[in-house]
Each structure stands twice: as C-alpha cells, then as structure tokens.
Design a protein around this ligand. Sequence first.
Ligand SMILES: [Zn+2]
Ligand SMILES: [Zn+2]
Length: 390
Amino acid sequence: MPIPPEVVEDLEELVQIRRDIHAHPELGFEEQRTADIVAARLTEFGCEVHRGLATTGVVGTIRRGNSLRAIGLRADMDCLPMQELNELAHRSTHDGKMHACGHDGHTTMLLGAAKHLAKTRNFDGTVHFIFQPGEEGHGGGRVMVEQGLFEKFPCDAVFAMHNRPGMPVGNMGTRAGPLLAATDRFDLKVRGRGTHAAHPHHGTDPFVIAAQIVLAFQTIVARNVDPTDSVVVTVGFMKGGTAYNVIPDEVQIGGTVRTFRPATQDMVERRMGEIARGTAAAFGGDADFTFRRGYPSTINHADEAMFAADVAAEICGEAQVNRTVTPTLGGEDFSYMLQAVPGAMLWLGNGPGEGGCFLHNARYDFNDSALPYGVSFFVRLAERFLEKTE
Ligand SMILES: [Zn+2]
Ligand SMILES: [Zn+2]
C-alpha cells in the first residue's frame, strides 16, 4: 500500500501545522502552545483527550470494535536551546530556541495519523496517540511512565519514529536490539597538593595525575570492552589552575559515557572508578568519582521491530527499508517506554537536508516531503496491529 490519497490531500494542512510549530519552538516541560495545538486538533478529530501527564504531555485516544488490544504511538514535542541560523519564512520566532531535532515533524506526523485513523477507524481495538514533552535531556518520557502513562492507557505495544538526515526520503530503518545508547555522565575531582610551579617536589601535581587518568580511561574501551560491543568514553572538560606559575590543589574532569548493553554499562562505571582512585593513589593524590546514569539504551523488541519493518516495507517498498541499521551512540528517552512495554523505534529518511546538516545543527530543518511517509506508516501500523478479524 503506498500513501493513501486522503493523506496526500491533508499534506498542505500538515505542512502548515509543522511550520507553525517550527516557528514557535518550546523547551522541555514548557510546550504549552504546542500542547494546546495538539489537544485542540485531537479534539476536533474526535479523540478523547487527556492532558497534564509530565506537565505538558497530551494523550489522544480512539476506539473501535470489541477487541481489548491497544497500540501506543509516540511523538516528542520539545525544541533545543539554540539559535536557528536558517533564513526560512518559518524560522524560529523564539530567540535562542529551535526545532533542530525535527520534533515539530514528529508531532505533526502523529497528528496526521490521528486525523486519518479517527476518520476511517479501519481497526478493532484502541489507539493511544502519546505526545510527550522534554525529550532533549529532560526525560519527559520517563516522567510520563512514572506518572502512570501505561496504567492509565494500557498498550500491548508502543512505537515511535525519529527522522534521520542522510537517509533518503521514502526510506525507513530499524533493527532488533539496541538502536541508541545509554547516555551517562561522570564527574571526577582529582586532588593533589598545590605548590610553587618551580618547586613541584613540595606538592602533588593533580594535573599529572589527571592526565594519566584520562589516558587510562581509554584503555577501558580498548582492553576491557568486548571488541564486538561499542562504547564511548569522552572527557568533555578538564578544569583547574589559575596561574602559569602555580600548581593547584585540584583538577576537575567531566564527560560522557555511551554504552548499549546494561552489563557493559556496569563494567565501565566500575572500571572508571577503579582507575581514577587507583591512579590517584599511585601518585600520592586522591580522587572523587561520581557516575550519573542518564537515559538507558533504547532497545527494540525483536518481534515488534520486525513487525514495524514489515509495515514500513508496505509503505516504502522492501528495498527502501533497512532492517539492520547500524545503531548510534546518541540517546533517546523513548527507552523508558520500551522498558515498560514491548515496541520499537524506527528511523524515517529526512533526505540530505539543507546544506546536508545533521540533527542539532543550527541550519537543520525537518523535511516536509517525509510527512506523508510518516503519517502513512503510523496509520498502517495501527491498522495492522489491530487488524479486524471478521
Ligand atoms: Zn535531539
Ligand atoms: Zn530528537
């Protein structure tokens, strides 16, 4: 089944919605205007509407028939705290805020699917349209789950899409297992003993210790991680000292760790602590190491991922669907929903993009020509998941 004609007819309206949301970006948990638009449209389409989960979250529901089966379709609504550099007519009108991750497109596609499914109701069961706030580091998905999303709106499976610059429009991709990484942060305080720079033997230089630790951290990736697994340990900052001729008391280091497998995540956390404390002790200093867990890795359930890939192939053609995409070391808080309910996330081709730029780039823009593919995919996913038996 290619794109349904009604979805093509709706396209102009969807482009308008997408560009309006793009022009009025809102940060995590502040998506009041966006949530108002979403709730108003869902009501107009004939959905039951629930508001207030995770502050600005919106859930629209439609039912048909007697089946108790239910599917959740999820989109994110928030923007990023960055200045848009595009000259487009629909560029951001909010200083320092920008839809640079395409969540304007995700929200619009889910609205398009809600409109179509509410009109045609060619399914037996329940569809929940989940619009979540605060994906960009705020954990809005986690908050919705903690506040009872799946108790209030039980789902047998939940699905989401993220646009993918660099993947041609009309292509989709996914994989069974990890799709995105766990995104953790660490802080390290290395303490020595300050002294005159020309008399190092009177103190303990924390810079020399910190330098050894930074290098030794990379041996975790090279020597402790299974070579078939993937891990990133990145030091993002190193701060300390005030003068050319003073050795300070302490140096601060911080950065991020990305892992796919929970067992690897535990191991990396343990090894970093051992290396930091052991190295500092070996040089006569000491180290305070803290590891803060962020989003867990986004792990697609195998059956749901392949079911979604089958639906994607119906919309895009088998040759346009990659069922074994390479996972990325970015993160997603859809991971919390996948910990609660089986499901999968997919990539949706966004084309080369303006100037070929990637997500979180000041010149990024969601590609409106991807809208009909995303809408049709969500529609068909719900119809096939809740297939009528009579
Ligand atoms: Zn993002
Ligand atoms: Zn995103």
